[in-house]
Write a protein that binds this ligand. Structure first.
Ligand code: ZN
Length: 123
């Protein structure tokens, strides 16, 4: 079962480093609520619903980067393979963070729809 509180805890040290205001931190909390809600829905979702949730998750990762005052960079997304029911390799993708390469499991319920579009990215 996905534990809802996990991403509700904001990294305060990082927030200080990024000079976020109290209001900006509140905004971040809302985004993490949204993240929890996507993950919670994904636990029970069908393949079609998972496709939609994975796209919402990508959008949310951009919003999070913006809220943290980082550059919007799809290479630095870190939640896409953590979504429930995703069977893409976790450690490999964690290692590849920032490189722009993603390793997919062709059988992954969440990401197999991507293969029709970016089959050249398969490793
Ligand atoms: Zn996947």
């Amino acid at each position: 079962m996905w534990t809802k509180w996990r991403y509700k805890l904001i990294n305060i040290e990082l927030a200080k480093k990024q000079k976020l205001t109290t209001q900006e931190i509140e905004g971040l909390k809302l985004l993490y609520e949204e993240l929890s809600s996507i993950f919670l829905k994904a636990e029970q979702a069908t393949e079609k619903e998972l496709m939609i949730l994975s796209m919402q998750l990508e959008e949310l990762e951009y919003k999070l980067q913006e809220a943290w005052k980082f550059e919007k960079n799809p290479n630095k997304h870190s939640y896409w393979y953590k979504i429930p029911q995703c069977t893409c390799p976790k450690l490999d993708n964690a290692d590849l963070w920032g490189t722009g390469t993603r390793i997919f499991n062709p059988q992954c319920m969440v990401h197999k729809h991507l293969f029709t579009h970016i089959s050249n990215k398969r490793h």
